[in-house]
Design a protein around this ligand. Structure first.
Ligand code: NAD
Length: 510
């Protein structure tokens, strides 16, 4: 049986919890032009606790207008990098100083365990600090052609960046886009996920306090098909950075095509964790448990398929299942909780439907439904399926919850075929002590990011992004700076230029 926490009160309501949220456009909080709103639930009670302004095209038009004015006439794009950096460091300071409150609100809104929401709040601050530092360290290329030319790169912000974000770790993922977009001097319109708009509304106050000029940051809440769609199709928004499902990414790609927009697509995943017989089994089990059950399994880089070499397979499955059963499901606000409540009843239904599919496709060895003691709310037991065949739906499709598929393999080639045998290619985790195999396997696996003998520990300087259906383009470190800037090549002639001369020949005149 899954351990449960039963001594905590079932629903912790943060003090001063807002009951309405508005858009933030041109430095002012405003309702929707048509006054429309949508309801937001908390995942423990599934009761409406908040109504949020539901943005449509008219609201997006106003936000883009404010952002365009701030870009065209305001100081932000013209500030020295150091001046922008100071403001971004102040943002990081404020976020750090309020990490507990941010975590409390995020955990309430999204169902993330409070300790993990706190970690994500600190990561958000770190994202701002990182890009604040990077922008002052940024230098651009200069090329010399001896005696003939000096050529240099004139890097400039692009304009209004449209940022569209998902509901998993919302505040942190927003920071991952906001920090580089702002550091490089763009102005932005953020459209956060409609399941979790609470923490996004806090950015406005944080930016005001840090000294960001009005109109640089704009926020439009609303549904993807309305507010998100209007942003994607707005001709005044040359850049869209999107994180979300692969199918939404495909739609956005098509909708942005007539405008030839710059697109960065961070999409879904079904990442393999490959455990060879020579691995440090204790570390591999701890990491693969964390890899799929942290953040409620609502994690794009979750290692949701574990491939295990046959000689250790039975032992691995037995130990893994036993440990998964000990993972503590609990109320999100309880510090002892390791898996909280899934974000929304619609998502809960999706995850549970995959668990039912899995019961017909594979051998259930842990979990399999609602934990005891949690009759309401979006609680799911950490669920483990073994002997999962590669054409099973639970092997192929992203579940985005605390559900893992374990599959045996006999040879390295088979492990690679299994690892690569899905449409996604976001992350891969390889567990082996054999150095040669570790590198060869890493370099052959179809994944944007690989961790060797490690869970997902990020170095913010490295490229972040997926291959195949997991994404297009890379952010992370200087790649984010590249995405949010134009690089104009300026060529300077040093001497007499060699001009091929057309139109001087007498013969050609006749
Ligand atoms: P989603 O695609 O449903 O929604 C993401 C955002 O897009 C939301 O703000 C939504 O309102 C908006 N949207 C929806 N339809 C739109 C449209 N037609 N036009 C414009 N915007 C639209 O994704 P989700 O369910 O919120 O998030 C979970 C997904 O995100 C998972 O697939 C997960 O793997 C992925 N994800 C990827 C990464 C990554 O870095 N690769 C990180 C986190 C999450």
């Amino acid at each position: 049986m899954t351990d449960t926490v039963t001594d905590a009160p079932p629903r912790h309501i943060p003090e001063d919890l807002p009951t309405t949220i508005q858009h933030y456009i041109g430095g002012r909080f405003v309702d929707s032009v048509d006054a429309d709103t949508f309801d937001v639930l908390d995942p423990v009670s599934n009761q409406v606790y908040l109504t949020a302004a539901a943005g449509k095209q008219a609201d997006v038009d106003l936000a883009v207008e404010a952002a365009t004015t701030a870009f065209r006439d305001g100081p932000w794009p013209r500030l020295l990098p150091r001046e922008r950096s100071r403001i971004l460091h102040r943002v990081a300071d404020i976020v750090e100083s309020r990490d507990a409150r941010l975590a409390e609100l995020e955990s309430f809104d999204s169902g993330l365990p409070i300790t993990q929401a706190l970690g994500q709040a600190r990561r958000a601050a770190e994202n701002f600090r990182f890009f604040a530092d990077l922008i002052v360290a940024q230098s651009d290329d200069t090329y010399k052609v001896p005696g003939r030319q000096i050529n240099y790169v004139n890097r400039t912000p692009i304009g209004v960046a449209g940022l569209i974000t998902p509901w998993n770790t919302p505040f942190m993922l927003e920071s991952w886009k906001l920090a580089p977009a702002l550091a490089t001097g763009n102005t932005v319109v953020l459209k956060p996920a409609e399941f979790t708009p609470l923490s996004a509304s806090l950015w406005a106050g944080i930016f005001e306090e840090a000294g960001l000029p009005d109109g640089v940051f704009n926020l439009v809440n609303g549904l993807g098909e309305e507010a998100g769609d209007a942003l994607v199709k707005h001709p005044g928004v040359p850049l869209i950075s999107f994180t979300g499902e692969s199918s939404t990414g495909q739609l956005i790609f098509a909708n942005a095509a007539p405008f030839l927009k710059g697109l960065s697509m961070e999409l879904g995943g079904k990442s393999p964790a490959v455990v060879f017989a020579d691995a440090d089994l204790d570390a591999a089990i701890d990491a693969t448990i964390f890899g799929v059950f942290s953040l409620n399994g609502e994690r794009c880089t979750a290692g949701s398929r574990i491939l295990v070499e046959r000689s250790i397979y039975d032992e691995f499955v037995e130990r893994y299942a036993a440990q998964a059963q000990r993972v503590v499901v609990g109320y999100p606000h309880d510090p002892a909780t390791e898996v909280g409540a899934l974000v929304h009843p619609e998502h809960y239904d999706k995850v549970v439907s995959y668990i039912e599919i899995g019961k017909n496709e594979a051998r259930l060895v842990a979990g399999g439904g609602r934990p005891e003691g949690f009759e309401t709310g979006n609680f799911v037991q950490p669920t483990v399926f073994a002997d999962v065949v590669p054409d099973a739906r639970i092997f192929q499709e992203e579940i985005f919850g605390p559900v893992v598929a374990i599959t045996p393999f006999d040879t390295e080639d088979e492990a690679l075929r299994l690892a690569n045998g899905v449409r996604y290619g976001l992350a891969a985790y390889i567990w082996t002590k054999d150095l040669e195999r570790a590198h060869n396997f890493s370099q052959s696996v179809e994944a944007g990011m690989v961790w060797l003998n490690s869970n997902n520990v990020r170095d913010l300087r490295t490229p972040f992004g997926g291959v195949k259906a997991s994404g297009l383009g890379h952010e992370g470190g200087y790649r984010s700076i590249d995405f949010y800037t134009q690089q104009q090549a300026v060529h300077i002639t040093l001497g007499k230029v060699h001009n091929p001369t057309f139109g001087k020949s007498d013969a050609a005149a006749h």
